[in-house]
Ligand binder design. Structure first.
Ligand code: NAD
Length: 458
């Protein structure tokens, strides 16, 4: 009842037209910017409390990226909001046309726990820039971050238009019963289905940012420098991104059989160089979010043949929810670790006869959110572009695509649909209205009935 009243008030506020004003949008984006700058120490503390995220990682993946997006939105707002002229067929004499973006209304953003600020605020920036009122439902699994968002956004932003509602599945399902003008969901495919069927009742459009298994294909690299750079980027794209608890973290590696040991040996060396002999002691790797996920990861390793495939790491500390960076070589393909999204610091390496076989391997599995290919071979690169499908494809690096405002971020197939980041976020929360302006000055008699054959011959 309370939720319904609150949403009704937000709808009334939207109807007042306030959130459509450029000055309102600008002031809210500025408010978010101030929140990120002024409360940075609190944000870092909350991320440490919920996930053991190192400050540097937290700045790189959350605060810094968000500030960059906000700067772009503030600079581009006027341009994004303006109508864009459109061409018309010649028959439309003395007519002009444009495409004008308009806000959708009241939108719901449901987010996950692994990037509690990034994944909540990145879409919120788009929703605000596009002139909507918005409810944000952050994850209950990162409670310190969610409550920091709830207490601060109410003061830094216009709380008549933007609200944070905390809670878990029960509260989310209550929210999903309401009528929204758009639902933007980040999370698992399982909950994505619940969101989509609830949205269908009201014909509400949805964006689903889901996960999956993101492969990294490593070609045999002739230069030792190239291999070293590859290894460092793989390690950061797995263990150095929320301990692999990221939708675009590398899930598994594909490599030629003859090249595997070279890759693994160098990875072992660089894991130690980057995280120390005892990474838990140095607190440079995030911890597993909770006991449920810790046990889920422990179970992935429990199967005898999987355990036997561990060539590095594998130690776990349940009390501190810590899992050491772990490498496995050729675990059974039918094991859960090769069919479920891993979402943790376990990295299976699958060996193949030829690197080109990776295309068939990946195409026989659901389409991933991200694909990474480490290779200088232009023919292989071209084949990867034209013969595979993924939300994004990055050559010779990992995670980098997330930070690019100029690129759409989103999945395909099982990894979701819809896109955001930069101007794409603005578009995701806008309706692009087609506007035609016709003059009364010219008119053609043949466009009106009665339909006679001589009109057809003209
Ligand atoms: P999740 O689906 O369990 O939860 C996401 C949100 O849904 C949370 O806010 C949660 O409170 C809510 N929720 C959970 N169960 C629900 C239910 N039964 N009914 C209604 N709402 C419910 O996902 P998660 O564990 O928070 O996140 C991990 C998943 O999210 C992974 O699959 C990961 O790949 C994906 N992810 C995707 C992206 C992306 O940008 N594509 C980013 C981060 C995470």
């Amino acid at each position: 009842m309370e939720i319904m009243q609150s949403l009704e008030n937000m709808r009334d506020y939207y109807e007042s037209g306030k959130t459509k004003e450029a000055s309102w949008r600008h002031s809210q984006l500025k408010g978010l910017h101030r929140f990120l700058v002024e409360k940075q120490p609190d944000i870092m503390n909350a991320l440490m409390q919920d996930l053991g995220k190192h400050q540097l990682e937290a700045f790189r993946d959350e605060v810094g990226t968000l500030i960059k997006t906000l700067n772009l939105a503030l600079k581009s707002l006027k341009d994004w909001m303006s109508g864009k002229k459109a061409e018309l067929p010649q028959i439309a004499l003395l007519t002009s046309a444009e495409i004008v973006p308009e806000p959708l209304g009241l939108v719901l953003i449901i987010s996950s726990w692994n990037f509690p600020f990034g994944i909540s605020l990145e879409p919120l920036i788009g929703a605000i820039a596009a002139g909507n009122t918005a409810v944000l439902k952050p994850s209950e699994l990162s409670p310190a971050c969610s409550s920091l968002l709830a207490s601060n956004l109410a003061t830094y932003l216009d709380n008549k238009a933007i609200k944070v509602i905390q809670g878990g599945p029960h509260e989310t399902q209550q929210l999903l019963q309401q009528k929204w003008d758009k639902i933007f969901f980040t999370g698992s495919a399982h909950v994505g289905r619940i969101v989509m069927s609830a949205a269908a009742n009201h014909l509400t459009p949805v964006t689903l940012e889901l996960g999956g298994k993101c492969p990294a294909v490593v070609d045999s690299l002739s230069s030792s420098w190239d291999l070293e750079v590859t290894v460092k980027r793989i390690i950061v794209g797995k263990y150095g991104t929320c301990a692999g608890q990221a939708c675009i973290a590398i899930d598994y590696v594909l490599v030629e059989r003859d090249y595997c040991s070279k890759l693994v040996e160098l990875m072992k060396l660089w894991i130690k160089k980057m995280f120390g002999e005892n990474p838990q002691h140095y607190k440079t790797i995030a911890r597993i979010v909770n006991k449920h996920h810790f046990l889920r990861l422990k179970n992935l390793l429990a199967e005898k043949q999987v355990k036997e495939s561990v060539v590095y790491g594998g130690s776990m500390d349940e009390e501190n929810l810590f899992i050491e960076p772990t490498i496995l070589v050729d675990p059974p393909l039918e094991a859960a670790i090769m069919s479920e999204e891993i979402f943790g610091p376990l990295l299976p390496i699958i060996t193949l006869e030829k690197i080109e076989d990776s295309i068939k391997f990946m195409n026989s599995r659901p389409k991933p959110l991200a694909l990474y290919v480490f290779s200088k071979n232009k023919t292989l690169q071209r084949r990867m572009v034209s013969e595979t499908s993924s939300g994004s494809l990055t050559f010779n690096d990992a995670i980098l695509q997330y930070a690019a405002d100029t690129l759409p971020f989103g999945g395909v197939g099982g990894s979701g649909f819809g896109m955001y980041h930069g101007k794409f976020s603005f578009d995701t929360f806008s309706h692009h209205k087609a506007i035609v302006r016709r003059s009364f000055l010219t008119d053609f008699w043949f466009r009106y009935p009665p339909w006679t054959l001589n009109k057809l011959q003209l």
